[in-house]
Design a protein around this ligand. Structure first.
Ligand code: GUN
Length: 296
């Protein structure tokens, strides 16, 4: 992990997620070659239902990066009016397709489709999102198999700092099944003391102020202010918020980076922090799933 000093703030370290993601992808190459030599090309199927513009960008990036690593990639684009039965039939076909080791159904789904029903239909061994209750349960009991990509990416970034995480107080802001809950479980696995702060927590800033590590995953632009942070805290910003400011479209995190950078000892920017790691971890999960399914 490379940490670059921020030009106007030499005491603060920027955590470079693009660089870390490139290293993680590079580290997958020998494993992909090993699997190919054994006759297995790891394959990822990405399913997009509807026209959500953000989802279209994510899916395009996922497909491109899968191909760049020499993996097998297929993409299914279905219309906004797709029924739950049609989507479940596709998932079932992919579950039974031996060329496919990972299935990712991009969320959110149109309202006529139950996300829970679709996630439950993906075979746990092909669940590269780590959202199936079997994989969530494995993580909860401390025996992780396929782990959700965004929290996994955050742990990679923290480990890349080269510090001992044991006993550190980590405060996770947000309790979603996609990020907050699995993030808290992974930090527990690293022997952190973990607090989860959420929308019903009175005075969240008082808890965040005690944190050695802050992981913000709420989806509220610049919610975490500099004066919420303990000086020297490590800040991981999962937020990807699209805003318009002074007539300009921008993507900002859940942390007010402009001020937090002067208080944190290390901080992820948005964009260029957690985001690139999420896709790299998806590729890592697909390679892992292929090895698991073939006992390699
Ligand atoms: N939508 C936003 N984040 C994610 C993710 O990690 N996986 C899937 N499948 N959909 C998402």
């Amino acid at each position: 992990m490379i940490m670059k000093p921020i030009a106007h703030s030499p005491h603060v370290n920027l955590i470079d997620g693009r660089d870390a993601a490139a290293r993680l992808r590079e580290s997958l190459k020998p494993e992909i070659e090993r699997l190919k030599a054994a006759g297995v090309t790891p394959g990822l199927a990405v399913v997009l239902v509807g026209e959500n513009p953000a989802s279209q960008v994510y899916v395009k990036n996922k497909v491109e990066q899968t191909k760049q690593l020499g993996m097998h990639s297929i993409e299914h684009r279905l219309s906004d009016s797709t029924s739950q039965e049609e989507l479940l039939a596709l998932v079932n076909r992919l579950n039974n397709d031996p060329a496919i080791h990972g299935i990712l159904v991009q969320l959110p789904l149109p309202k006529q489709i139950s996300e829970a029903a679709v996630l439950a239909a993906i075979h746990p061994d092909k669940d590269v999102d780590g959202f199936h209750v079997v994989n969530a349960g494995q993580l909860a009991v401390g025996e992780p198999r396929l782990v959700p990509c965004t929290p996994l990416g955050c742990i990679h970034l923290l480990k890349g700092l080269g510090i001992n995480l044991r006993g550190l107080h980590a405060v996770v802001i947000g309790r979603s099944n996609i990020v907050g809950k699995p993030m808290a479980q992974l930090l527990l696995q690293e022997d952190c003391t973990v607090t989860i702060v959420h929308s019903r927590t009175p005075s969240p800033e008082l808890l965040v102020k005690q944190a050695d590590i802050v992981v913000a995953a709420v989806g509220k632009p610049r919610m975490v202010k500099a004066d919420w942070l303990k000086p020297g805290a490590i800040v991981i910003d999962v937020g990807i918020n699209r805003i318009e400011e002074n007539g300009e479209k921008k993507i900002v995190g859940d942390v007010d980076f402009a001020e937090a950078q002067f208080v944190a000892s290390a901080i992820t920017p948005v964009p260029g922090g957690v985001g690139p790691m999420t896709i790299a971890c998806l590729l890592a999960n697909t390679v892992k799933a292929a090895a698991l399914q073939h006992g390699l």
